[in-house]
Design a protein around this ligand. Sequence first.
Ligand SMILES: *Cc1c(COP(=O)(O)O)cnc(C)c1O
Length: 466
Amino acid sequence: MLDPTDWQAFRLLGHCILDELIDAMEGVREQPTWQAVPDGVKDHFDAPLPCEPQALDDVYREFTETILPYPTGNIHPRFFGWVHGGGTPAGALADFMAATMNSNLGGREHAAVYVERQVVRWFCELFGFTAQGSGILLAGTSIANFAGILVAKTACLGTATRSTGLRQDDRRLTGYASSATHACVRKAFEMAGLGSASLRVIATDESQRIRIKDLRLAIARDRADGFTPFLIVGNAGTVDTGAIDPLVQLANIARDERLWFHVDGAFGAAAFLSKRLRPLLEGIELAASIAFDFHKWFHVPYDAACLIVRDAQLHRQTFSSEGPYITRTDHGLASGNPWFADFGPDLSRGFRALKVWLTLKHFGTNRIADAIEMNCNQARLLASMVEADDDLELAAKVHLNVVCFRSKRTDNDALAAAVQDSGRAVVSATTVNGARALRACFTNHRTRDEDVRELFAAVKAFSGSV
Ligand SMILES: *Cc1c(COP(=O)(O)O)cnc(C)c1O
């Protein structure tokens, strides 16, 4: 009843939409990187819930006038803010293909499930997990870290607390991560019911990497005080500076102390595709679980991330789900055991695996690795320009693809906002070693060296005036 009454008219409009959106993607370089949403446009979104139908082309026109011109900007080649992926036109088509099938990957027996299983297997193999490994695609690394921490809890406490809750267990769990760790790990401790106070924040060295000595001391102190250490979270690319913790040492400590070793590789894990960069991540293959985003440095459109777990059984024990309405059978559509619903929090799950699968097949890991190496070179280019400048200075070591730098003369938050407002480029700001700094993150395959120079010129243009 909701399908088009006139398929031919729908087809024509569909082709027109496809053409216009392909034009928009092709011409993105000519657009401002970002522009504020005008108040008059915002007013549009105050309209009430629509009860009456409206022609599809009218709604589409509204989209092109009020939504399309005011994006985050992350598909633009001069977007360097936070850690955003640029996606690809091929990935956008994959999203459309997936939407036409509208598959539900909570489980059951259909081809889409095999696509996701294949993607998971590729990454279990890439990171040296054996055939016993498992994994699942999730909305982002925030939720993938959360899921990994829940599996770590199962490894320590068993499955009893799934029903009893944590208060029925005497053990007070503690986890460990550096002060440079993403805030989602703290949030994960909160959501897991462990409490963020149970996450021991370990200081970093001058290169923003976890201090191993402090970590050992903290674990020993907690044991002496009657706590139960259960988890170390290592960073493969911290959000602020791209620092990589000494993963081999963390793995060794986790092994000696019998702790779960989880790696947050949100963007950094992608560097594993590059033979040149892979040595930087040495030790990631020793993790018990790894969380990483496809929507950042793998250039898959939002949203797509992955959790892989070395021990599939623990993974499944953490999330296995049941109910009379999801009884599994030996054959028919209700077969296909195990279901993805047994490996994560969601029952209904979209076909995000298709855009990952298509992106990997279409570009191959070698081209993705080339784009990653290019971004690291661009980060070094910007760093060298900053170092040669009298008014700017590097605020942190450049480990990978992130450059933190600051103007010695201006408020760096105001400077970031001025550059954003100009539409010439987007940088964000953060705190490094106690002081605010600009932060340029290179995760965009569209960026050219000339864009790096334009970013630098924009920063210079405003650094005297804000
Ligand atoms: C982006 C990021 C996250 C959070 O991932 P989302 O996909 O935004 O949920 C976690 N850790 C690091 C290091 C990140 O860069």
